[in-house]
Design a protein around this ligand. Structure first.
Ligand SMILES: [Zn+2]
Length: 454
């Protein structure tokens, strides 16, 4: 395609803006892309693209999965571009192409692994059509931004290009039914040995059969609406997974996974099932992009951990964990609570996953989350912090958590002084984005206090 002159102006000015941002030591994740799109609204159509484009979207797990997927493709020798430094909106994607493409606008990469904001799909797909699209899951998310799961489903369903191959979660009957005309494969984790079902989640985004809207029969529910179902009225049933887990040894952090042709052992970074979903989905997608499943299994042994998402260290015999967990999301915190409840020892939990200045008026996310996991005597201090500290405390009391285990601290700076370090085997901080100063300060203050213990 012959590129219009406005494309070159957009590309060069965008690249100069990117260069300027770097000189100022600012991340050029939004602005350079926004400038390029202002000059050439079809910048993304005109700019050069890798031969293979894979996009990853969904409510939870996008960033982790993109990192794994990129690692698998790179380990297999592919030269991969990504948007890890930028945002996952149209401006962020434009910034990523500005960063990676040459001055003449050509892409020097064989493949691209791009994280895609669900809501931005409708603006991006007309210009960049992924060859493969992985959708991790669809749940209700920040109500202010995403309304409800059906709203996001409709945006994706209307905009996914017909040529895109889908990699979908067999246990998510919502995202699993996206763009039904498209070619697709599924990945899935059947109910594992010793795994507890959660038949009565606090909320489920799926109540009735997605086809005939009558009552569904449940085969099992893992959490929220994630599970397997069938409908005796219309014959709907959860799809069979091409890539699936056979068994999961949580202690050894090894999962036996299989396709129709082979069985292989993957190494997992944690013993949590959500991380296993991330790993399996990344390996399934890599396989659809030509990297053999068994090769990804081999690469999983050396997969670098995402420190900003899940960081663990032992300080003077005490475990310190910091876990990134979206603040206004009704799913992610409950998954972390479940994980923490299963950990041994006496625990302190600092819930610092609000923002410093609360802007969300709708507090429903707090009530949709399942705090009952924290009603366990092993959590002897649970910190409610930030502007919404009293809302959090009320929520904990509604989950019957005794008052003497709840610590109120509106001021983040106060928290380290209130932690009963001596009595704790595990101190866990859950936080939203980690690159804001108060999270960084809190992390280092807790770590420093722990280092001073004898
Ligand atoms: Zn039905």
């Amino acid at each position: 395609m012959r590129k219009p002159f406005s494309f070159y102006i957009a590309h060069w000015i965008g690249k100069l803006a990117l260069f300027g941002m770097r000189l100022l030591r600012r991340t050029g994740s939004y602005l350079p892309g926004a400038i390029a799109l202002r000059i050439d609204p079809k910048y993304l159509s005109h700019t050069g693209k890798p031969d293979l484009i894979v996009m990853v979207t969904g409510t939870n797990g996008k960033t982790s999965v993109c990192n794994m997927l990129r690692y698998f493709l790179e380990s297999a020798g592919q030269h991969v571009m990504d948007n890890r430094e930028g945002s996952n909106t149209i401006e962020g994607l434009a910034s990523a192409f500005l960063t990676h493409n040459t001055w003449s606008g050509k892409s020097p990469h064989e493949s691209g692994v791009l994280e895609l904001d669900e809501r931005s799909a409708i603006r991006i797909f007309p210009h960049v059509q992924p060859d493969v699209l992985l959708v991790t899951n669809l749940y209700r998310d920040s109500y202010q931004r995403n309304a409800h799961a059906e709203y996001i489903f409709d945006i994706l369903d209307r905009s996914i290009p017909p040529t895109t191959k889908l990699v979908l979660n067999a246990e998510d009957p919502i995202s699993g039914r996206l763009a039904l005309q498209n070619e697709r494969v599924y990945y899935g984790i059947p109910l594992l040995d010793g795994e507890c079902e959660q038949r009565h989640p606090r909320f489920s985004d799926l109540v009735y059969c997605p086809v005939c809207h009558r009552d569904l029969e449940i085969d099992f529910i893992r959490y929220n609406h994630i599970g397997r179902y069938h409908c005796k009225h219309c014959g709907y049933s959860s799809p069979e997974a091409k890539y699936h887990v056979v068994s999961f040894d949580r202690e050894r952090k090894e999962a036996q996974c299989a396709t129709d042709e082979e069985k292989t052992i993957f190494h997992t970074q944690t013993d949590g099932v959500t991380d296993l979903y991330n790993l399996l989905s990344a390996a399934a997608t890599a396989s659809e992009c030509g990297v053999p499943f068994s090769k990804s299994a081999e690469y999983s042994k050396t997969l670098p951990p995402l420190k900003s998402r899940h960081h663990e260290e032992i300080i003077h015999g005490r475990r310190f964990l910091s876990i990134l967990c979206k603040g206004y999301n009704p799913v992610a915190p409950a998954r972390v609570f479940e994980y923490l409840q299963a950990q041994p020892g006496r625990k302190v939990l600092v819930m610092a996953n609000g923002t410093e200045e609360e802007i969300v008026e709708n507090m429903a996310y707090l009530y949709d989350n399942d705090y009952s996991y924290l009603n366990d005597p092993s959590f002897f201090q649970i910190f409610c912090c930030g502007e919404r500290y009293l809302d959090y405390a009320l929520r904990l009391r509604m989950a019957d958590i005794p008052e003497d285990r709840i610590v109120l601290s509106r001021d983040y700076a106060e928290i380290p002084h209130l932690i009963a370090y001596e009595n704790a085997d595990l101190i866990c901080l859950i936080h939203d984005v980690s690159d804001v100063p108060w999270v960084r300060n809190l992390l280092s203050a807790i770590r420093k206090d722990m280092e001073q213990l004898q």
